[in-house]
Design a protein around this ligand. Structure first.
Ligand code: MUC
Ligand code: MG
Length: 367
C-alpha cells in the first residue's frame, strides 16, 4: 500500500457549447489526469480542472507543483497515512485542485486495494444523488430551451442560473423566463460569481423576489466585507459561499462574519479529506450544503457523487453534477449517465471507473 509514483498528465477535450459566467468562460477542458501508483500495482485516478479565474492555477502550474513538490513529498507513504499527506501538502499554500486530485486518487487507490467503493469508505449513506444543472449565460429563450432539454432527456428539475452581468436586467429576464417556461415545480437558484456589487445584488434579488428562488450564491465579492454582510442580512434565502470559502478557516470566517449562511463543497478543490473537514464544520455550524461543480469532467463528477452520496447532509439538495454533458468526449471506458434526474455512484472498488487508454492517448497533450 505504499505510493511509488504520482503522475500528472495534461489533456484537452473541447466543449460542444462553452460555459460562460461572471468570472470567466470555458471553451475547452484543459485538465490534468492524476495517477497515483502503489507497490501493489494499484493505480488510483482523479482529475484536476485548472481554474485560473478562481484559484490562480493553470494546467502547467498544476503539473509543475505535482512533479516538483508534491510527488517527491508523498512517494514512500502508505495510502492510509492521509493525515501525514495533508500535513505535507499543507506546507505549500494554494494549489487546491492539484492537492485535491492527489487526495482523491489516493482514496481511489485505497478503495481498489481494499476492494471497496470510495463512497462506502467515506460514509456510504446512499448510492446516488439528484442532479442540479448549471446554466451559463445566454439569451433567455436559449437558456429555457436548454433547461427543458435537460428535464426531458435526463429528468433534471433543479437548475443553477449564472447571473452577475451588467445590466442586471439581463439576468432578471432570464430567471423570470425560466420560472415561466418551466413552471412552479422546478428548483431555481442563482450564482453571481462576484459579478455585482452588494447594492446591485440587493436590487436584483428584490426584482426576483416573486420567483421562489432556493438560494443565492456569491452574488458580490466577499472582500466587500460590510457590503456583503449587509446584503446577506436582508435576504430571505440561504446565501451560499463558494469560491470565497474553500477551506474550513474561510468557511468559519465568512459564516461567523455574517457574509454567508450556506456552503458549496467542491471535491475538485478540497478532495475527499478536505471536503469531510468542511462538511463536519458545516454540520457543527448548522449550515446547508450544496455539492458544487468546478466545471468537472466525468471523472471529477463521479468524485463529487461518491462524496455527496456518502453523507446525509450533502444529498439533501441536488448536486451540480451534469456539466460534463456539454463536453464533446471524455476519458472513461463507460460514460456516466444521468437518468430520472439522478447520477448513481459506480459500484466497483475505488471510484468504480476506468480510464480508456485509447482516449487518453488521443487527448493527452504531452506526447
Ligand atoms: C460555480 O459554482 O461558480 C464557475 C466558476 C467557478 O469557480 O466554478 C464554476 C461554477
Ligand atoms: Mg459558484
Amino acid at each position: 500500500m505504499k505510493i511509488t509514483a504520482i503522475e500528472a498528465i495534461p489533456f484537452r477535450i473541447p466543449y460542444r457549447k462553452p460555459l460562460k459566467f461572471a468570472s470567466g468562460e470555458v471553451h475547452v477542458a484543459e485538465h490534468v489526469l492524476v495517477r497515483v501508483r502503489t507497490d501493489d500495482g494499484v493505480v488510483g485516478v482523479a482529475e484536476a480542472p485548472p481554474r485560473p479565474f478562481t484559484y490562480g492555477e493553470t494546467q502547467r502550474g498544476i503539473i509543475a507543483v505535482i512533479e516538483t513538490i508534491f510527488a517527491p513529498q508523498l512517494v514512500g507513504l502508505e495510502l492510509t497515512s492521509r493525515e501525514q499527506m495533508a500535513a505535507l501538502l499543507g506546507r505549500t499554500v494554494g494549489n487546491p485542485t492539484a492537492k485535491a486530485a492527489i487526495d482523491m486518487a489516493v482514496w481511489d487507490a485505497l478503495g481498489r486495494t481494499l476492494g471497496l467503493p470510495v463512497c462506502e469508505l467515506l460514509g456510504g449513506y446512499t448510492d446516488r444523488m439528484r442532479v442540479s444543472h448549471m446554466l451559463g449565460f445566454d439569451r433567455p429563450e436559449a437558456m429555457v430551451e436548454q433547461a427543458q432539454r435537460m428535464r426531458e432527456v435526463h429528468g433534471i428539475t433543479t437548475f443553477k442560473v449564472k447571473v452577475g452581468r451588467r445590466p442586471a436586467s439581463l439576468d432578471v429576464a432570464v430567471v423570470r423566463a425560466l420560472r415561466e417556461g418551466l413552471g412552479p415545480d422546478v428548483v431555481l437558484y442563482v450564482d453571481g460569481n462576484r459579478g455585482w456589487t452588494a447594492s446591485e445584488s440587493a436590487r436584483a434579488m428584490r426584482q426576483l423576489a416573486d420567483l421562489d428562488l432556493a438560494f443565492a450564491e456569491e452574488l458580490c465579492p466577499a472582500d466587500d466585507v460590510l457590503g456583503r454582510r449587509w446584503l446577506v442580512e436582508q435576504l430571505d434565502v440561504p446565501f451560499i459561499a463558494d469560491e470565497s470559502a474553500t477551506t474550513p478557516a474561510e468557511v468559519t470566517r465568512e459564516v461567523l462574519g455574517g457574509s454567508a449562511t450556506a456552503v458549496s463543497i467542491k471535491t475538485a478543490r478540497t478532495g475527499f479529506t478536505g471536503s469531510q473537514r468542511v462538511l463536519h464544520l458545516a454540520e457543527g455550524l448548522g449550515l446547508e450544503v450544496v455539492m458544487g461543480n468546478q466545471i468537472d469532467g466525468q471523472l471529477g463528477s463521479i468524485c463529487t457523487v461518491a462524496f455527496g452520496a456518502a453523507h446525509e447532509r450533502t444529498c439533501l439538495h441536488a448536486g451540480e453534477l451534469s456539466n460534463f454533458l456539454d463536453m464533446s468526449d471524455d476519458l472513461l471506458t463507460e460514460p456516466l449517465r444521468i437518468e430520472d434526474g439522478a447520477l448513481a455512484v459506480r459500484p466497483g472498488p475505488g471510484l468504480g471507473v476506468e480510464i480508456d487508454e485509447d482516449k487518453l492517448r488521443h487527448y493527452r497533450t504531452d506526447t
